[in-house]
Write a protein that binds this ligand. Structure first.
Ligand code: TA6
Length: 294
């Protein structure tokens, strides 16, 4: 039982991971856990098959000194090193993937319906790195048979603002060697080969380090993606993105990361609903980036 604004919610309770406070959800359709640090979803298990959809590193850090490795990191208001407006930050080293995955968020709303539990959070610190205090963001997560993650960006200023962003989801897979991605085709930018552009071979298999930006075009919308494996089936639906990023660091880089176990790459695959091209949000407009995991 969790109390928020004098109301008790029977499908939500509090938990912790080392130094982090979490909210746990258990309703008729699923079990899940989300950390307030980074509004970081850590676990989603539909009751229908009892299978964990999200991969979380066995050596992840839960002390706020760095982002959590695994789950669903929220990258906002920039993705990776693709900073949309450098004017305010010339010569300054910026943290990768923005400033909201390394800060506490607060719960601003909870709703329980017969079919779902909905939790909405917002960051405690805005207006960093030259962004306006009037660029707001909210994360609304709906826990039901599927888990719907909606990252809204609201431009309350009188100027257009450009952002990049991502829902950097780490999916839990049985074996990367038997993983096939369906619904991602066409040309991609290969970050492991000096950002060269290549055509995606089909079937989409992962056999080495992979760090790709697949840009949306008329033929490739990436709204429905499936990961089919020998034992698992993951379905992904996405909206409001301009690209999908596929990442697996493979063995050498897994070993080099202190917050990832050496063989971690065998059981994870990031499929990220992303804005990598610099999306302009007009004054007083809202943009929604959505990923639905089933
Ligand atoms: O989304 C892929 C990526 O940008 C990769 O280039 C890789 O470095 C990864 O994210 C993880 O980034 P992080 O800052 O969480 O170590």
């Amino acid at each position: 039982m969790y109390t928020h604004m004098n109301t008790q919610y029977s499908t939500v309770s509090t938990g912790d991971r080392e130094q982090l406070q979490t909210l746990k959800v258990a309703n008729r359709h699923c079990k899940a856990e989300i950390a307030l640090f980074g509004a970081h979803l850590l676990s989603f298990i539909p009751n229908s098959d009892g299978k964990e959809r999200l991969w979380l590193s066995e050596t992840a850090t839960f002390d706020k000194s760095k982002p959590i490795r695994g789950g669903v990191p929220i990258c906002w208001p920039w993705f990776g090193g693709i900073y949309p407006d450098l004017t305010a930050n010339k010569g300054r080293k910026l943290p990768p993937h923005g400033f909201v995955r390394t800060q506490d968020w607060r719960v601003i709303g909870i709703e329980e319906t017969p079919e779902s539990t909905i939790i909405t959070l917002s960051p405690t610190q805005l207006g960093l790195y030259g962004f306006s205090n009037n660029l707001l963001t909210y994360l609304e997560v709906t826990f039901s048979e599927k888990c719907s993650i909606k990252l809204s960006t609201k431009n309350k200023s009188e100027q257009p603002v450009k952002i990049t962003a991502a829902l950097h989801t780490y999916f839990n897979i049985t074996d990367i060697h038997h993983t096939k991605i369906m619904g991602v085709e066409g040309r991609y930018i290969d970050k492991t080969r000096e950002n060269g552009i290549f055509e995606q071979p089909i079937p989409y298999l992962i056999g080495s380090e992979t760090d790709r930006i697949h840009l949306q075009d008329e033929d490739n919308q990436f709204e429905f993606i499936q990961v089919n494996l020998q034992h698992d089936k993951i379905s992904i639906e996405q909206h409001g993105h301009d690209s999908v990023v596929i990442w697996n660091p493979w063995q050498e880089k897994s070993k080099a990361m202190t917050d990832m176990q050496d063989n971690g790459y065998l059981n994870m695959l990031c499929i990220e609903a992303s804005l990598t091209q610099g999306t302009v949000i007009a004054a007083q407009e809202i943009h929604e980036l959505v990923q639905i995991i089933g």
